[in-house]
Design a protein around this ligand. Structure first.
Ligand SMILES: C[S@@+](CC[C@H](N)C(=O)[O-])C[C@H]1O[C@@H](n2cnc3c(N)ncnc32)[C@H](O)[C@@H]1O
Length: 280
């Protein structure tokens, strides 16, 4: 059997990688991430049958690098997520935030409730939002739920769009919720579940790099950007939070991850409770 090639990543090449990743997606790879980068990208080098990291870097710097950059970022980013992760956020949305948002919507004569899951990974977050809001609004509501879900990773977006998950991913949810919002796989799909079309249809997936400028026509009532900024340094976080502030309507909420905070960065939000912020 041929041996699997192992690749060395020199400090110089690691530095070049970190610069490229920071420039392209704002992710700050410090020295401690070197082994992670080496092991995750070695697989890609083997697939491309490249002799080392030097030629791979040249490939990434080349004129047709866009697709490979996405694959490279796919390989090194962390996509961990789950349904109703940080349940407190969904409870707050349903029991506290929604009433104010609906009041503003009716004052403005609007029926579409616009939500953005920024850094949606494999889709559990936007689908949890769709379920939470459907539950809160009820079937007879005239409010149209519109959830935009974006991520940098095409691989994750593909998984998200399929809306198919191993049954273990919903094991922590109530049986009643699973029965009402998921279809159980049969035959070839045994052991898997799929979101019902009524929920799938509330979510639109797009590939979007948060480092890019936001379109000025974007206006949201709620933005979830959780466990994404953790990888960014302070100036990048500040720049991104400023863009979220602009993209939210007055009275809109920004939710960030449990280990993230806006402490130490300048922003125009009112602090509501840990990891929840309001645009006045
Ligand atoms: C750990 S997951 C968080 C998923 C979900 N928000 C949650 O909290 O469960 C982080 C996601 O952010 C995405 N990401 C990282 N940098 C990004 C960028 N610059 N633009 C868009 N998405 C990015 C990654 O691809 C990954 O899917």
């Amino acid at each position: 059997m041929p041996s699997i090639p192992s690749y060395d990543l020199s400090d110089k090449d690691f530095l070049l990688f970190s610069r490229l990743v920071y420039e392209k997606c704002g992710i700050h790879l410090h020295e401690g991430k070197k082994e992670l980068v080496r092991s995750r990208l070695s697989k890609r080098l083997r697939e491309l049958e490249l002799p080392g990291f030097g030629p791979y870097l040249r490939l990434l710097a080349g004129p047709d690098a866009e697709d490979e950059l996405v694959r490279m970022l796919d390989a090194i980013s962390t996509n961990l997520t789950s349904f109703f992760r940080e349940k407190r956020h969904f409870d707050f949305l349903e029991s506290e935030a929604l009433a104010g948002i609906r009041e503003r919507m009716s004052k403005e004569g609007r029926q579409d409730l616009q939500v953005w899951s920024a850094g949606c990974s494999s889709g559990e977050e936007p689908y949890s939002l769709a379920i939470c809001l459907s539950e809160a609004l009820g079937v007879s509501s005239r409010v149209q739920i519109k959830i935009l879900a974006t991520d940098l990773s095409s691989r994750m977006l593909e998984a998200a769009q399929s809306a198919i998950y191993p049954h273990a991913r919903v094991a922590g949810l109530s049986q009643d919720l699973v029965r009402r919002y998921f279809l159980k796989g049969k035959g070839r799909m045994q052991g898997r579940v799929r979101l019902r079309p009524e929920i799938r249809n509330l979510v639109t997936f797009r590939r979007f790099n948060l480092m890019e400028p936001f379109h000025s026509s974007l206006h949201f009532d709620v933005i979830f950007c959780r466990n994404v900024m953790i990888y960014f340094d302070k100036p990048t976080q500040e720049m991104l939070v400023g863009k979220f502030h602009k993209a939210l309507r007055p009275g809109g909420y920004l939710f960030i991850g449990h280990s993230e905070s806006l402490m130490g960065i300048e922003h125009g939000f009112r602090y509501v409770q840990p990891t929840i912020y309001l645009k006045n």
